[in-house]
Design a protein around this ligand. Structure first.
Ligand code: LLP
Length: 427
């Protein structure tokens, strides 16, 4: 995050606060989130896309009421993909018209709540859902704005589990075989739906813009087909999220203004050559906004050198607060943050305290050879998909999220307690 530095005693500071003090006050493990950095990234996205476009923050990356308020204040919209995310957004005062509801299997209740509250758009993901949403809207006497999510057949160069635009997966309606065109035809035929546009999301942790360009090209192709067949020019296209961030120094992320420029140019060019008015563009970054704004602070518990192999450094969290390493082979870095050390680097693996050997937080890392129990270490870039995918495996208590700003720290999601766990266990 942007406000990280080192204090006079060698300890790392963030938002003007010493990490050792944060650990003392809030305990470890903890996610420490830099509010100024979060807001700066929101502004960078807003500024890059300008008034003619919309930025929907993808709540799945990390959502809390404080985050919703920041988004609202910074002029971003919000993409939610479950009733729980919708409830959080509404509870924190996000105007419903600035919310988009996603999901490949939204429940009747989720759709009903979204329609009743008046969400700005529901992204339709299947033929059955077109009918389902139409019925609910009709019953409630509403005309619901919708987009249709299509799969454009782009292979995003990312982990299989987070790539979403190739055809053999569960999301969206394929452009191939005229299926998306058929979905448009059916949607246009339903009075309780207002088809605002086409949606495409090609995957996550993507570094080059070429996948987006191919997607934009194909989506505009569909818009043209719709205009030719129905005489209707759909006013919106959404190109999803997926912009990569730097987890390690090998990653070279694109800046929001580069993305905005590339998308704006390709959509404008394609529309001009198709004789279409340029639609309003929206995007849905999650990771690129929140990912870099937080780090996880852990306390070292044991240090176990295995001769000729590496040193296993066990921390007080693990796969319950960061499943990404185990699930996607994700790479992270780590640093000693509670003091400065000039000791030799030692090849280390940072592991958690869970009962399985795949419980790895950082697979390969160098930490100083004098690392000892009680030291604090930090894993950067854990703002996205860590707290939001955290679990209670081994009845771990999920860590708090502490936001820092201008020398003050504030808990925005508190640490779970044993009471929280036992409250759910009613047997
Ligand atoms: N829009 C849609 C429709 C999405 O499905 C997603 C992510 C996003 C936007 C935001 O993508 P982002 O900009 O954050 O990459 N748990 C995985 C990532 C799953 C992403 C799912 N959809 C991970 O930890 O890498």
């Amino acid at each position: 995050s942007r406000t990280v530095g080192r204090g006079p005693d060698g300890a790392v500071t963030v938002g003007g606060l010493d990490v050792a003090r944060l650990a003392e006050e809030f305990g470890t493990p903890a996610y420490i989130l830099d509010e100024d950095d979060f807001r700066a990234r929101c502004r960078a996205w807003r500024g890059a896309f300008g008034e003619g476009a919309d930025v929907f923050y993808a709540g799945k990356a990390f959502l809390s009421r404080a985050v919703v308020r920041w988004l609202h204040e910074e002029g971003l919209n919000l993409d939610v993909c479950s009733g729980g995310e919708l409830a959080t957004a509404l509870a924190a005062g996000m105007p419903a018209e600035r919310i988009a509801l996603h999901g490949n299997n939204k429940s009747q209740e989720e759709i009903e709540r979204a329609v009743r509250e008046g969400v700005g758009r529901i992204v339709l993901d299947s033929f059955q859902e077109i009918v389902r949403v139409a019925h609910i809207a009709q019953r409630l006497g509403r005309r619901q704005r919708v987009q249709i999510r299509v799969t454009v057949g782009v292979e995003a160069h990312t982990h299989e589990f987070i790539a979403t635009a190739h055809e053999d997966q569960k999301f969206g309606i394929p452009l191939a075989g005229g299926q998306a065109a058929e979905a448009v035809r059916r949607t246009l035929g339903l009075d309780s739906l207002e088809l605002a546009g086409i949606h495409s999301h090609i995957g996550s942790q993507i570094f080059d813009t070429s996948g987006f360009e191919v997607a934009a090209h194909r989506v505009v192709g569909l818009l043209k087909q719709v205009r030719d067949e129905h005489g209707v020019e759909l006013p919106e296209i959404d190109l999803g999220g997926g912009l990569g961030i730097a987890y390690t120094s090998d990653d070279d992320p694109r800046e929001p203004h580069e993305i905005a420029k590339a998308l704006g140019e390709i959509v404008t060019r394609e529309c001009e050559s198709a004789g279409l008015a340029v639609p309003r563009i929206s995007v849905e970054p999650g990771r690129a906004i929140v990912g870099p704004t937080a780090f996880t602070l852990y306390e070292v518990g044991t240090v176990k050198p295995l001769a000729g192999l590496r040193t296993y450094v066990s921390v007080d969290g693990g796969m319950s607060d960061n499943i990404r390493t185990a699930l996607y082979d994700a790479e992270y870095t780590v640093a000693l943050v509670s003091r400065r050390s000039d000791a030799e680097p030692m090849l280390s693996r940072v592991v958690g305290k869970h009962c399985e050997s795949g419980d790895i937080v950082v697979r390969d890392a160098f930490l100083p050879a004098d690392l000892a129990p009680g030291d604090l270490i930090a894993v950067p870039a854990t703002g996205a998909y860590c707290r939001s995918m955290a679990s209670n495996y081994n009845h771990a208590l999920r860590p708090p999220v502490v936001s820092v700003k201008d020398g003050a720290a504030r808990v925005i999601v508190r640490r779970e307690t044993e009471e929280d766990l036992l409250r759910l266990d009613v047997g």
